[in-house]
Design a protein around this ligand. Structure first.
Ligand SMILES: *Cc1c(COP(=O)(O)O)cnc(C)c1O
Length: 379
């Protein structure tokens, strides 16, 4: 009997969204225009009226956030080694230096207790990441930033719809960056948005995203800062408008599926198999991913291959950034961030997306248990 392949992530685009994109294609205004403005207004409403600007990727969004914060050569930015490499890459792109801090074993996010020891006179910002959409103690994070007069650029790429004390991430805080890449909880194909503090910052974001150009009147144009090409198209914005309307339903489904994972794995699974499930947070997380940490006795590549034989996709999010060749050349080595290295070696992302069924999850859990049983018998 053959079973259909189950990927670890899959977007859910409804018919209304498709109709919205078709309308843009028919109308003929494809680049950033009325749909981008409409999407930004809707996003701003969602974030409690704060200014929001969109971009063509989450990476570009973070780079522009750093530029708006005035971060560049000679500056240090404190961040986590367990993230998509873009988080640290953008710090290098603007000419600043990433300063990694180890992660917390349970949350897999930056260890807030270790941040202050990493702060130097050159530190200008903290760039936290909410892995799998799980926020950290946001009060504690902003207290540290305030105490040391640091900017906070939240890499909330995975956390659209997550919240802290019932407030959506992005509706409070400093600069908050989201991604709409295809695997995120809501997508525009590729894209991102930045929540800002003031109209001045929003104006700067507009300049940085499109060659620094400032327009006035019918023919007036000035260039004052060096900008790049980071603007979102109306095609992408139309997808985003449709996705934003689905957000609540999509995230509600993810939450229910995550709960189902816990109930099928069962209470004794962690102890019995020496596996770590994610924190069972059903209030703040948007359940962007469901990640488990395998026992050290099992090789991750063998586990992934065995899942693939069973037609189940597994992701790796993420190998530690500091051990990539580019970062080793900057002086980073094994042993510097032991928790991140352990998690980075053994973490796997199981399938979780809004069009999955509970039966799909039962299949995944059966597969995980049978593979772990096999490997443990072989020992
Ligand atoms: C997806 C992601 C990004 C980058 O977003 P893109 O839209 O792919 O450029 C950055 N950080 C994290 C944690 C992400 O998951």
């Amino acid at each position: 009997m053959t079973v259909p392949y189950l990927p670890f992530a899959k977007p859910a685009i409804d018919e209304a969204t498709i109709a919205g994109v078709v309308e843009v294609l028919r109308n003929g205004w494809l680049t950033g225009g009325p749909k981008v403005r409409q999407f930004e207004e809707k996003l701003s409403d969602y974030f409690g009226g704060r200014p929001v600007r969109t971009f063509n990727s989450g990476t570009g969004t973070m780079e522009i956030a750093l530029r708006i914060a005035g971060i560049g050569a000679g500056d240090e930015v404190v961040t986590t080694p367990i993230s998509w490499v873009a988080t640290a890459n953008v710090i290098l792109t603007v000419g600043a230096t990433p300063v990694f801090v180890d992660i917390d074993l349970a949350t897999r996010n930056i260890d807030l207790g270790l941040i202050e020891a990493a702060i130097t006179p050159r530190t200008r910002a903290i760039m936290p990441v909410f892995l799998a959409g799980l926020p950290m103690d946001m009060d504690k994070l902003y207290a540290i930033a305030k105490r040391h007069q640091l900017r906070v650029i939240e890499d909330a790429a995975q956390a659209f719809g997550s919240s802290w004390k019932r407030n959506p991430l992005g509706s409070f805080g400093d600069l908050v960056s989201f991604s709409f890449q295809a695997n995120k909880n809501i997508t525009t194909g590729e894209g991102g948005c930045l929540v800002l503090n003031t109209a001045e910052e929003a104006f700067l974001a507009e300049q940085y995203r499109l060659q620094g150009v400032i327009r006035s009147g019918f023919d007036g144009m000035e260039v004052n800062v060096l900008g790049g090409k980071f603007n979102m198209s109306d095609i992408a914005a139309a997808i985003g408008i449709g996705q934003l309307a689905q957000l609540e339903a999509l995230n509600r489904t993810r939450l229910a599926l995550a709960r189902h994972y816990f109930s099928v794995f069962g209470e004794h699974f962690e102890a019995q198999y020496d596996v770590r499930l994610p924190p069972a947070n059903f209030t703040d997380s948007n359940w962007h991913m469901f990640q488990i940490v395998l026992p050290e006795t099992i090789r991750r590549t063998d586990f992934i291959a065995a899942m693939k034989e069973r037609e189940i996709g597994v992701g790796v999010h993420y190998p530690p950034i500091h051990l990539f060749a580019l970062y080793r050349r900057l002086g980073f080595r094994e042993g510097m961030f032991p928790v991140a290295e352990r998690i980075g070696r053994q973490i796997v992302t199981l399938p979780l997306f809004s069009t999955m069924t509970e039966q799909d999850i039962d299949r995944v859990v059966d597969a995980v248990k049978s593979i772990l049983d096999d490997k443990m018998r072989l020992k």
